[in-house]
Design a protein around this ligand. Structure first.
Ligand code: CAA
Length: 282
């Protein structure tokens, strides 16, 4: 079946980026979040980012305007009932995703694939919440979504080959590069990335070097576009902490213990760029 209408749940950083790339590739997008103000902010961000692409001549002014028109913001989740494919990009909490997956399973047509942009929660567990575990899959995008080429496509234990192929093809239509990964805490990206960021935090906590010095080491010595602490602020320190906890819990190895400085900063509400303060001030 030709997919035309895509639902995106969650209009935060990842959700608005996902809506952006689907709309840019010609899909109608129903973007759903709980509050009108969150949707308004997401549409503002998408407008700015699409203009940026038009300004850089990556898309034409007409395509830019058409992409924006393809996005319908809604607060009522039942409006996703006519979608052909749904991506969940809500807050990274299992209880929140539980409620959403149960509800989506009730309201979406039985053949519709339910994908999650989760960065670490088990796809197998999300699938088991539904009556269609073979149609539940991970579709993990990277921030900034319009720029980063990777989509980790994660197979849960019950995910069917058909669901995998369809999701992979969809990623290709978005001009992304899908990489196949099996379900395990943190998948590949965060299993490897988060311990690096966490270790960089230990280095700062122990006074081995400043955040600026650690970031310089990685930018100049390893050609990373952002140093690990700038990247942690960019991802969100609360997100980093949640992912470390999922890996510690799921893999049971103390090497995934979150850095105490990370916990303290999240407790203080220093969540990185989005809150104005993290390892740096914004
Ligand atoms: N939408 C559209 N275009 C955007 C954009 C956005 N949101 N953000 C940046 N761009 C474009 C810019 O217009 C620019 O385009 P040109 O190359 O045509 O000039 C290009 O991207 C680079 O941007 P800038 O020149 O503004 O800045 P930069 O060169 O410093 O790059 C960056 C910014 C792309 C974010 C770069 O610093 C980078 O790649 N950082 C690492 C990001 C990363 O690691 N992301 C993954 C995080 S992990 C994650 O997301 C998953 C998880 O589960 C935690």
């Amino acid at each position: 079946m030709q997919l035309q209408k895509v639902g995106v749940i969650g209009a935060g950083t990842m959700g608005n980026g996902i809506a952006h790339v689907f709309a840019r590739s010609g899909y109608s997008v129903t973007l759903c979040d709980v509050e009108q103000s969150l949707l308004a902010r997401a549409l503002d961000t998408i407008t700015i980012n699409l203009h940026r692409e038009a300004h850089k001549k990556k898309i034409s002014a007409e395509d830019n305007a058409a992409a924006l028109k393809r996005i319908t913001p809604v607060t009522d989740r039942s409006r996703l009932a006519d979608c052909d494919f749904i991506v969940e990009a809500a807050t990274e909490k299992f209880e929140i995703k539980t409620e959403i997956f149960r509800d989506l399973d009730r309201l979406a047509r039985p053949e519709v694939i339910l994908a999650s942009n989760t960065s670490s929660i088990s796809i197998t567990k999300l699938g088991a919440l539904t009556r269609r575990p073979e149609k539940v899959i991970g579709m993990h995008f990277f921030n900034p979504v319009p720029v980063m080429k990777l989509v980790e496509v994660i197979r849960g234990l019950a995910t069917s080959q058909e669901t995998f192929s369809e999701t992979r093809n969809l990623a290709l239509k978005l001009e992304k590069t899908p990489v196949e990964v099996n379900d395990a805490p943190g998948f590949v990206s965060n299993r490897v990335l988060m311990p690096l960021l966490n270790e960089a935090m230990y280095v700062v906590m122990e006074g081995v070097a400043t955040a600026e010095a650690v970031d310089e080491v990685f930018k100049l010595g390893m050609a990373h576009p952002m140093g690990p602490l700038t990247l942690a602020d960019f991802i969100g320190l609360d997100v980093c902490l949640d992912i470390m906890r999922v890996m510690l819990d799921g893999l049971g190895d103390p090497k995934y213990r979150p850095c105490p400085l990370l916990i303290r900063m999240v407790d203080a509400g220093w969540l990185g760029r989005k809150s104005g303060r993290g390892f740096y001030k914004y």
